[in-house]
Design a protein around this ligand. Structure first.
Ligand SMILES: Cc1cc2nc3c(=O)[nH]c(=O)nc-3n(C[C@H](O)[C@H](O)[C@H](O)COP(=O)(O)OP(=O)(O)OC[C@H]3O[C@@H](n4cnc5c(N)ncnc54)[C@H](O)[C@@H]3O)c2cc1C
Length: 434
C-alpha cells in the first residue's frame, strides 16, 4: 500500500481540563464516568456519537444478559441504576403491573430508552458530556498521557486530564498511548460481527417454535436461498407482542479495528439482513406482513483488541470459579464464543449461585502511567473475554475503572500504585456486591 506524507504538527485549542477523562460512552465508559463523578472527581466523557449506550444503542443489542446469583444482580450499583431508570420509561399502568426488580434474567432493551436512561445517570452524577468527539491521538510526556486529541466539527481539539479511562471497547486510547495488546484467538481471528435488527407486525399466534424455524432455515439454506454462516436463527421476543429481535447475521474474518474491514462488514451485514427479511416473509409462518422496525446503525462488534495489563486472566479462572482479594467484578455468565471462522457457537455454562472474579490488574495497561481500561478490552484471554464482554459485567468493569481513576486523583498516584483490595473495598462501600 502506498504511503503519503501528511504533517500533523500544528497547535490546537485545549477545550477542557479535568480530573478524569473517559473516552467512549458505552456501557463500560459511561459506568466509569458515573462512578468517578459520584466519588467526587471532575469528570468528562467524550463520545464519537451523539448519545451514550454504545452497542446497546447504536448496535441495537438486546437483551442485557443475565449475570445473577441468588436472584441478585452481580452488577450493582451502576448497571442496576441504569435498568431502574430504563424501567421508569414504562407507563403508569405498566409500572403498577410490573414494578422494578433486579432479577429479570435477560432484560429486553429499547435502544432509545437505554440512551435516555444512561444519560440521566451521567447528568445526575454531574458528568460533563462531549458528544460528537472522536479520539484522534494522544499527547504524552514519558509514560503519562497529558491530553487526548479529538476530531470534531471544530477540527482537532485537545482535552487535558490527570487520569484517563479507555471506554472505546476496542482499546483505541490505550493503543495510542502505547499499551501492548492481543487480538482474537490463536489464529488472530475475533468473534464474528452481527448486524442486529427488529421486525414488527409479526403474527406470534402462528409463528413456529425455535426448532421449527431452524428446520425451515436449514432447508432454505441447503437450497441456496440464504447465505449466512450461522448455524441457526437467533431471535428474542420483545415486550411488544408483534416485535421480534434478530441477532442472527454473522460476518466472519473481518477486523473491527480496520477502517476498510469495518466498512465491508456493514455492507455484508445489511446484505444478510435483506436476505433474512425475504426468508422470513416467504418461508416462516407469522412473518408474511412483517416490516423492518429498526436496525443497528453500526455493525455489532463482539471482540477486537484486548489490552495487556498488570494481571492477565484466562479461562482457567472461569473453570476454577476463581475468587481474589482484589476482585473488582463477579461474573456468572457463560463462556460464549460465536465461531470466528464460520458455523457453531461454543458455550460452557456455570452453575447458578457461583461466579469467578476479574482482578483489578486486568484494568491497568502495561507501559502507561495514568490510564485505566473501562470497557470490554481488558487483559483476559479470548475465552474469558467471551464471558466478561456482556453488558452487565462490562458495567462493573467500567465502574471499577471509574472508582480507581477517582482514587488516583485523590491520592495523586498512578493506577499501578493503587491496591486492588482498596479499590474493591471502596466499590463495596459505593454499593457493589463485592
Ligand atoms: C451482536 C452482538 C450481540 C451481543 N449480545 C449481547 C446480549 O445479548 N447481551 C449483552 O449483555 N451483551 C451482548 N453483547 C455484548 C455487548 O454489547 C458488548 O460487549 C458491550 O456493549 C461492550 O461495552 P463497551 O462499553 O466495552 O463497548 P461498546 O458498547 O462498544 O461502547 C464503546 C463506546 O465507545 C465509543 N467509541 C469507540 N471508539 C471511539 C473513539 N475512537 N472516539 C470516541 N468514542 C469512541 C463508541 O461509539 C461507543 O459508544 C453483544 C455484542 C454484539 C456485538
Amino acid at each position: 500500500m502506498e504511503n503519503i506524507q501528511y504533517d500533523f504538527g500544528k497547535n490546537i485549542p485545549v477545550i477542557a481540563e479535568t480530573d478524569v477523562l473517559v473516552v467512549g460512552a458505552g456501557p463500560g465508559g459511561a459506568s466509569a464516568a458515573v462512578m468517578a463523578a459520584r466519588r467526587g472527581a471532575r469528570t468528562i466523557i467524550a463520545e464519537r456519537y451523539g448519545c451514550p449506550g454504545g452497542m446497546a444503542v447504536f448496535g441495537e443489542v438486546t437483551p442485557f444478559m443475565h449475570n445473577l446469583v441468588e436472584n441478585q444482580s452481580l452488577d450493582k450499583p451502576v448497571y442496576v441504576d441504569w435498568c431502574r431508570h430504563l424501567h421508569n420509561y414504562k407507563t403508569g399502568a405498566e409500572l403498577a403491573a410490573d414494578p422494578f426488580t433486579e432479577t429479570v434474567p435477560n432484560r429486553p432493551i429499547s435502544k432509545a430508552e437505554a440512551a435516555l436512561a444512561l444519560e440521566e445517570l451521567l447528568l445526575e452524577a454531574n458528568v460533563k458530556m462531549l458528544y460528537h468527539h472522536t479520539l484522534f491521538d494522544v499527547i504524552k510526556e514519558d509514560d503519562r498521557i497529558v491530553a487526548a486529541v479529538f476530531h470534531s466539527k471544530s477540527g482537532l481539539v485537545a482535552v487535558r486530564a490527570r487520569v484517563f479511562v479507555d471506554g472505546t471497547g476496542d482499546g483505541d486510547l490505550a493503543v495510542m498511548a502505547g499499551a501492548p495488546f492481543e487480538f482474537g484467538n490463536e489464529d488472530g481471528l475475533c468473534q464474528p460481527m452481527t448486524t442486529c435488527f427488529k421486525l414488527e407486525h409479526v403474527d406470534r399466534s402462528i409463528m413456529p417454535n425455535r426448532e421449527e424455524i431452524n428446520k425451515i432455515y436449514d432447508e432454505v439454506k441447503a437450497r441456496g436461498g440464504i447465505d449466512c454462516p450461522r448455524e441457526n436463527v437467533l431471535w428474542f421476543t420483545m415486550p411488544a407482542d408483534d416485535v421480534i429481535h434478530f441477532n442472527t447475521t454473522r460476518i466472519i474474518r473481518k477486523s473491527a479495528v480496520s477502517g476498510t474491514d469495518l466498512s465491508d462488514a456493514e455492507v455484508e451485514g445489511r446484505r444478510q439482513v435483506r436476505e433474512f427479511i425475504a426468508f422470513l416473509r416467504n418461508h416462516v409462518p407469522g412473518f408474511k406482513n412483517a416490516h423492518l422496525r429498526s436496525m443497528a446503525h453500526h455493525v455489532g462488534v463482539r471482540e477486537s483488541r484486548r489490552i495487556l495489563g498488570l494481571v492477565y486472566q484466562t479461562q482457567d479462572d472461569f473453570v476454577n470459579r476463581a475468587k481474589f482479594a482484589d476482585g473488582i467484578a463477579k461474573v456468572n455468565y457463560c463462556i460464549d464464543i460465536h465461531n470466528p471462522n464460520g458455523t457453531g457457537t461454543h458455550i460452557i455454562g456455570m452453575e447458578p449461585g457461583n461466579w469467578y472474579e476479574l482482578r483489578y490488574g486486568t484494568l491497568v495497561p502495561r507501559n502507561t502511567g495514568n490510564l485505566l481500561m473501562g470497557c470490554r478490552a481488558i487483559s483476559v484471554d479470548h475465552a474469558l473475554h467471551s464471558s466478561s464482554r456482556v453488558m452487565p459485567p462490562v458495567c462493573s468493569i467500567g465502574q471499577a475503572a471509574g472508582m480507581a481513576a477517582a482514587m488516583c486523583v485523590e491520592k495523586n498516584c498512578s493506577p499501578a500504585e493503587l491496591q486492588g483490595e482498596e479499590v474493591r473495598k471502596n466499590l463495596a462501600i459505593a454499593g457493589a456486591w463485592l
